[in-house]
Ligand binder design. Sequence first.
Ligand SMILES: Nc1ncnc2c1ncn2[C@@H]1O[C@H](COP(=O)(O)OP(=O)(O)OP(=O)(O)O)[C@@H](O)[C@H]1O
Ligand SMILES: [Mg+2]
Length: 386
Amino acid sequence: MKPASSGAQRPNPIRAALESSDVVITVGSGGVGKTTVAAALALRAAMEGQGSLVCTIDPARRLANALGLQALGNAETEISTATFADAGLAPRAPMRAMMLDMKRTWDELIERRAPPDKREKILNNRFYQSLSSALAGSQEYVAMEKLWELRTQRDYPLIVLDTPPTAHALDFLDAPNRILDFLDNDASKWLLTPAMAAGKFGLKLFNLGGSYVAKTIARFTGTETLQQLADFMLNISGMNEGFRERAHQTRALLEAETTSFVLVTGPMPERLDEAIYFHTLLQQNKMRVAAIVVNRVHSSVADSLWEEVARLPASAQAKFDQTLKENDHLARQDARGIAKLREACGNTPLVLVPRFELDVHDLNGLYETSHWLWGDRHLDVEAPGQ
Ligand SMILES: Nc1ncnc2c1ncn2[C@@H]1O[C@H](COP(=O)(O)OP(=O)(O)OP(=O)(O)O)[C@@H](O)[C@H]1O
Ligand SMILES: [Mg+2]
C-alpha cells in the first residue's frame, strides 16, 4: 500500500450517499469503528452544510465528552459554535449528538403505546424491567424504534445511526420480528392460563427448545417471576398490533431509497470474513450498502523512510529496520485482505481509512477521519502478493 496521497477529487461513494440520503446507518462487528465513523460522517455533513444528528450507542467516554454528551438520557444536544471554534472548525449547518439510552427508550415506548391504565403496571413489572435492560436483541430493537421516532417526529436533514456491537450479524434487522415472535409465541398463551401463572407447569416452559423465547424465559425462574411474566403478558397483550405495524414501518424505512448503510470493518482476516457475511445479508435484505469502510489499514513504509534508516549508524539501523519490516508485513497482509474483500463484494465500493497513531476521541480526530471517508485523501492499495 502506498502512503497517503491527497487532493485528488475522485467520485466518492460516501459523499454521494450522504447527499442523497436522510438516514445513514453504520453497521459492523464489535470494535471496528462504527461509532467513530458515524460521528465523523455527521460532523462532515454539518461542515458541508447538511444539518445532522448522530445517534450513538455507548460511545467511548472521551468521544462522548467531545460531543457534549455528559448526561445520560435520550437528549439531543447541539454542539455549540464555541466548542467547534475551540477545535478550529466552523460547520455550515448545526450538528447534534445523542446517546441512545436503552432503558429510557423502552420506557418511552411503553408510555406512548400502552393503554393508560396499563402503563404503570408494565413499567413497574419486574419482568419488564429485566426485559428492557437485559433482553438480548432489545438493544437492536430499541435502536430501530428510536430511529423511527427521530425520522418521523424531527426534521433533521440527516440522521446517522450507530448500531450496537452485535454478536450475530444484523440482529437489529431481525429485532422487530423477534419482539413480535416473543409477543405472539405460544408461551405467552400458556402463561395466561391460571395454572401456568401459578407455576404448576412451570417446567414445561423450559421444553420450548432453543428458541429465542425459551432462552429468555429460561433466565427467569420461580413462581413469583412466572407471575410477573404472566402479568406482563396480560398487560402488554393489547399492544401487539402497534408493534406489528411499527415493525413493518421500520422495515420500510430501512429499505427506503433515502436510507444508506455504511458497513465498517477492520482489515484483519477474521473481521473481513464477518464483513463479507454482513454484506451478503444486507444485500439479501434489500438494504442499500453505500460503501464498505475498511478502517485502521496499515500504510506501507514510504521509500524516503527506508532511505533515512539506511543512513543511520549501524547500531540504530537494526532496530528501526525491524520496525519498518514489521509494519510493511502488516501493510501487505492488509492489502491481501482488502483484495479478498474487493473480490467478494465487487459491486460495493471500498473506502479505506488508515490506522491513526492515536484513538479518535475529539472533533479534530473525527474531522481527520472524515477526510478519508469523504475522499479528500485516499490510500492506494497495491496488488498484493509480493
Ligand atoms: N482509524 C483509526 N485509527 C486509530 N484508532 C481508531 C480508528 N478508528 C477508530 N479508532 C478507535 O478504536 C476504538 C473503537 O472504535 P469505535 O468505538 O468507533 O468502534 P465500534 O465499532 O463503535 O465499537 P463497539 O462495537 O464496541 O461499539 C476507539 O477507541 C476509536 O477511537
Ligand atoms: Mg460503538
